[in-house]
Design a protein around this ligand. Structure first.
Ligand SMILES: [Zn+2]
Length: 73
């Protein structure tokens, strides 16, 4: 799915995804690592963009497609 920057309307670049739980344990196939993907992180590549104040980052959560500003925590 393509996302566009709400500030400059430029297409956002897919950057990373974020999760909860123990990723290392999950990769080793352990049960009960609590690992779960929570959403995706996007970045605006336009350096003139007003999103500079939050490092050009946006994210969405898996259960809703609303684009949020900044980095998930
Ligand atoms: Zn932008």
């Amino acid at each position: 799915m393509n996302m566009e920057c709400p500030y400059c309307k430029q297409e956002l670049e897919y950057h990373d995804w974020f999760y909860t739980g123990n990723h290392a344990a999950y990769e080793k196939g352990y049960e009960g690592s609590g690992f779960k993907k929570l959403g995706d992180i996007y970045k605006c590549k336009n350096e003139e963009c007003d999103s500079q104040s939050f490092n050009y980052s946006f994210y969405t959560r898996l259960n809703d497609d609303e684009l949020k500003e900044g980095y998930p925590c």
